[in-house]
Design a protein. Structure first.
Length: 421
């Protein structure tokens, strides 16, 4: 196994059944004894936003259709109150800041955060577990909410220990060390239980004969990279408990260098079978901007926001080995991220960014693509760009742009004129 990063003391804290627990506390009810669901009570086919811990004990999942809820329990159905949840989340963040400085906190979502407490243990004269107990106690005393915490030497092991163990034990705390990798991390199966592996990526890995984290960890790193690009290499590192990212890096992920970005709010729910059209069209617009500025990108960021009825989403970035302005390369990179993190939920927004921009003279030719083919591709793209600049962005369209799920023609008309990007 490759050298592990220097050990830190990382806490990953999650507010248990957050939305449903807030609603119970507001009604002076015990979330662990109350059958409450946050949903649109007037729509039988609506998807629940959250269910109370009490219902989870009976196997009711947090995301289910209202009509699928058990009928033998007198369930309290309440509509969501996002402003209230945001206020409660802020209260909890204020509690974190009573213990550590803002720069040592990364807010991962409305109900989850990472805290790097490495530099505070000597100050408080406590172990990381003792400090975690103090934080959970203050959260409960001040908000009535129960939290769980995973503790690890890096962000990955803190998060996974929380997901796999802390959420399911009576103390609500779990701590994993590097020596626990082979006994705890490697035993995780099915793969979709592992942080960062969605159902689509799980299927692709299973097709390669990988069914547990150990299968990934003991495979050839270069084989995974060949199959999934840079993301495959990251999969191998994570399967071996290696994560060199830090809280400070997460808080400064926005690239300091020049970058281009494009996001699109969708007029209907999209899923994996039709979202690829939107992704392709957005990438082509970004690549056109790259070519117009005679630049290439070395960093691809890709994110999905789910429908408001579901909430959540993901955003991740990948550094490329070779800078590019090739739409095919950027598309494959985005789809690697999509396959790994997409959770089969309705999509309402797509975001793509390209950073680490350099002059296109920095393109490094590879032994797999002859210079003649690269030049031919560039010449074709330049010719298409010139036609669009002269006669309008809808002059030349791919056949896929004529499909009903495409939005490129309408967006080009709204943007107007010859300045489509």
């Amino acid at each position: 196994m490759e050298q592990l990063a220097k050990s830190r003391n990382i806490l990953c804290i999650d507010l248990k059944s957050f939305f449903a627990s807030v609603e119970c506390v507001e009604r002076q009810l015990d979330p662990f004894k109350t059958p409450l669901v946050v949903c649109d009570p007037n729509r039988n086919g609506a998807i629940t936003l959250a269910v109370s811990p009490f219902l989870k004990k009976f196997g009711v999942k947090g995301r289910t259709r209202v009509y699928e809820l058990p009928t033998n329990i007198d369930i309290i159905k309440v509509p969501p109150r996002m402003r209230l949840y945001q206020e409660k989340s802020k209260q909890v963040i204020d509690i974190y800041m009573n213990f550590v400085a803002a720069e040592d906190i990364h807010i991962y979502s409305i109900d989850e955060a990472f805290l790097d407490v490495t530099n505070y243990l000597h100050l408080y004269q406590k172990s990381d577990t003792e400090l975690a107990q103090d934080i959970l106690k203050e959260i409960y005393e001040k908000t009535g909410l129960t939290a769980t915490v995973g503790i690890g030497p890096n962000l990955l092991l803190a998060k996974v220990s929380m997901d796999i163990e802390a959420k399911h034990n009576s103390s609500n705390i779990a701590k994993w060390e590097y020596e626990d990798i082979k006994t705890k991390l490697w035993s995780i199966t099915p793969l979709s239980k592992m942080w960062g592996i969605g159902p689509r990526m799980e299927k692709r890995l299973q097709a390669l004969g990988m069914y547990s984290v150990k299968d990934i960890a003991t495979s050839d790193k270069n084989y995974l990279k060949a199959k999934f690009g840079v993301l495959g290499e990251e999969l191998w590192y994570h399967a071996n408990g290696i994560d060199t990212s830090s809280v400070s890096e997460l808080n400064t992920q926005v690239a300091k260098d020049k970058s281009f970005s494009h996001s699109q709010v969708l007029f209907k729910d999209y899923y994996d079978h039709n979202i690829y059209l939107i992704i392709i069209e957005m990438i082509e617009l970004l690549c056109r901007r790259l070519r117009n500025h005679k630049m290439v990108t070395g960093l691809i960021g890709f994110g999905i926001s789910y429908s408001k009825s579901i909430g959540g989403g993901f955003y991740h970035s990948i550094k490329l080995d070779t800078p590019t302005n090739d739409a095919d390369v950027i598309y494959r990179t985005c789809m690697h991220i999509f396959d790994r993190y997409y959770q089969n939920k309705p999509i309402r927004k797509v975001s793509i960014s390209i950073g680490h921009l350099k002059d296109d003279s920095f393109i490094q030719l590879t032994m797999f693509e002859p210079i003649e083919e690269i030049e031919d591709k560039n010449n074709i793209n330049r010719a298409i760009d010139e036609i669009k600049d002269r006669f309008g962005p809808n002059t030349i369209l791919k056949a896929s742009s004529l499909l009903k799920d495409s939005t490129i023609k309408e967006r080009n008309l709204k943007i107007g004129g010859h300045n489509a990007e």
